[in-house]
Design a binder for this molecule. Structure first.
Ligand code: TRH
Length: 365
């Protein structure tokens, strides 16, 4: 692992809006930075997901990552003791509190400042390449005169890239896929589909298709996907090859995606992980009130160069028209997996997000 930066002290700010993506993305970023010799303070307003997503995180299992509770009421006394940090990264524009900013500002000589980045949402839309690395000068408040920089993850070399561990290919190569598949569902079901979603409009289509299909095991993740499936089942008995999965850590979650023939994923982080998995996938995009997610999905499908039937299914799954494929046959899933693998090969030619972010910070210091 090339170290592109000396050990710096980072403050990463994570505010949980809903679901699991804020925690999931921030935690993966912290791990990548720690792996590159960085010291990280991770400020989080809700840490409930960490004990299962990253067991040991709150207990100091990663000494380079210190997790601090982001309290609604920040007091000067609480932050007065904090040493100065070199880099601030706010996830998804969550804004560090003013008290923190003024405390830290007092520790900087005039004319100097931390490198402050706003780590933005993931999108394949063209504006990302335009906005990536742009400055946003602060005109008022305790950071007046300082600059915050936009840092956009993305799918092309003109963006900040995607989070990717350097040992990912080695871990995938060492993974015993068959053993995982055998342990997860009855051996009588040759196909395995994982389900991680919100409440997609087309869920009844999928469940109708799979109910009674003894060739296919459905691995249902806990939370909203499970609740939606149980709601659909109502009084119907659940087929023995539909498996309710437990909550697992991020490594275990990734392995599920590597092991399945088709992964239904959602949000931001699991989409990236489905790409790295190299299997067929269908993405439920995080819905926005003004339907801004429609353009976002289309841009992603264009970038993916998805086969027509897979694009149609994406639109259908997300309630944007489209229609389902005639079947989910192994041949069709293999064709979709090939599309993922071609996209993954393009991505592997680009630098990962943590490496790019470190390079950016060194440039701006
Ligand atoms: O939970 P999400 O829908 O998160 C969303 C999106 O990120 C969205 O863009 C954002 O605006 C919103 O949150 C606030 O989906 P996502 O991003 O895939 O995050 C899920 C995380 O949960 C991911 O890191 C994987 C992790 N996970 C596990 O580690 N183990 C599990 O068992 C499960 C079910 C999930």
């Amino acid at each position: 692992m090339p170290n592109v930066a000396p050990p710096l002290r980072w403050d990463i700010f994570c505010r949980v809006i809903d679901n699991l993506g804020d925690v999931g993305v921030c935690w993966r970023l912290c791990r990548e930075l720690a792996h590159r010799g960085q010291q990280v303070r991770l400020w989080m307003d809700q840490t409930d997901a960490l004990p299962w997503m990253a067991p040991g995180a709150l207990e100091g299992h990663w000494p380079a990552i210190r997790i601090l509770k982001w309290e609604p009421q920040w007091s000067h006394e609480r932050y007065a003791q904090l040493p100065r940090s070199d880099v601030w990264a706010e996830a998804f524009g969550c804004e560090p509190p003013e008290v923190f900013i003024s405390q830290q500002r007092a520790l900087w000589p005039n004319g100097q400042a931390p490198v402050w980045v706003n780590l933005e949402y993931l999108s394949a839309e063209p504006y990302v390449e335009r906005m990536h690395r742009l400055p946003s000068p602060l005109m008022s408040g305790p950071a007046q005169g300082w600059t915050r920089w936009f840092f956009y993850p993305g799918f092309t070399s003109a963006t900040g890239g995607l989070l990717r561990e350097s040992d990912l290919p080695a871990r995938q190569a060492a993974f015993d896929r068959q053993a995982w598949r055998n342990s997860a569902a009855p051996a009588t079901t040759p196909t395995r589909i994982s389900l991680f979603c919100y409440e997609p409009p087309a869920l009844p289509w999928l469940l109708d298709t799979l109910h009674g299909n003894t060739d296919t095991a459905l691995l249902i993740t806990p939370g909203r996907a499970d609740v939606a499936v149980q709601h659909w089942l109502g009084q119907r008995p659940s087929p023995p090859y539909w498996v309710r999965r437990p909550l697992v850590d991020q490594t275990g979650f990734d392995e599920m995606l590597w092991a399945c023939d088709l992964n239904f994923v959602r949000g931001e982080d699991s989409l990236v992980r489905a790409l790295w998995a190299g299997q067929a996938f269908v993405w439920q995009i995080y819905p926005q009130d003004d339907n801004a997610h429609h353009d976002k999905l289309d841009a992603f499908l264009d970038w993916l160069d998805a086969p027509a039937d897979l694009s149609d299914l994406h639109r259908f799954w997300n309630g944007m028209g489209g229609h389902p494929p005639p079947d989910l046959s192994p041949a069709r899933l293999r064709e979709w997996a090939s599309a993922t693998q071609r996209a993954r090969a393009r991505l592997l030619e680009q630098e990962d997000l943590a490496t790019q972010l470190l390079g950016f910070v060194m440039e701006k210091r």
